[in-house]
Design a protein around this ligand. Sequence first.
Ligand code: SF4
Length: 332
Amino acid sequence: MPRVFSGIQPTGDPHIGNYFGAMRNYVRLGEEYGKNSIYCVVDLHAITNPAAYDPKTLAQRTFEMAVANFAAGLDPEKVVFFVQSQVPEHQELSWVFTALTPVGELERMTQYKDKAEQLESIPAGLLMYPVLMAADILLYKADTVPVGEDQTQHIELTRALARKFNHAYGETFPEPKAVYARDALRIPGVDGQGKMSKSKGESSTIGILEPLDSIWQKLRVAPTDPARVRRSDPGDPDKCLIGDYHKLFSDLPTIETVYEGCRTAGIGCVDCKKMLMQGITRELTPLQERAEGLRANPDWVRDALATGARQAREIARPVMEEVREKAGFLKL
Ligand code: SF4
């Protein structure tokens, strides 16, 4: 049975790109692979970038990310879901891999270069980020990793480290493969400035836990097909981010109405956005209500995460024992 692993950044309020690209995928894979689907909120990764790390909010954002995933349908009875810092074996394996990784390879990582460029002093942890990610995956001997396209280089390094360890110490780890969520790669930001991304700020994103009023305010002013200067000008929904969002949130008859109406100037952009808002409301209202229920019951959330961490350690401990023995550490 394949084993799936994915790490989730503790960004607090995930946006619809995260939801369609990752979170719904986790739920689906959980139905298929059960306890062989392992997901963790990667708080140890969060501290590697001083530009985005705030110790005052990390715990809250970690908790909120757990709430969001549970609200989106992740069932802790079916999958293993936990917080990375609760399973210390991640750090232990990361150190073993650190000893196998050439610094030059890490310095060539595109994400590292992008982040390092913005910093005056670069913490070593930022450089080591992909090594910790390799440890996250291989600690569970996972072979399937649902990720965004921007993680391709990191998965390649993970594969290289698995090969390197196996070559040096004997066959131990599988070479995991990345599985991409194609829809997620094309979700545009609501400001019309390229892909939806948290790093571009709130104006780019639609949060899945964001109040519906606030979402509407963003949609209201969102750019549309520039060909529709006047209400009577026909447009092309394939050149409009609202058209893209309809494909995610609206049912087929609505999509047909919008496409036809846009191309014939039969509907105005405000009507089109209102129809989209109906779909968003239908999708996000039950999710937001579940999130409210979970926030009102924080002990349930904490217990579920503690159980997940115990289950993760049951898998991680024997793997680390195997690694220690193969790497030649003294056994007492
Ligand atoms: S009618 Fe809808 S899809 Fe067409 S340009 Fe306006 S907002 Fe975009």
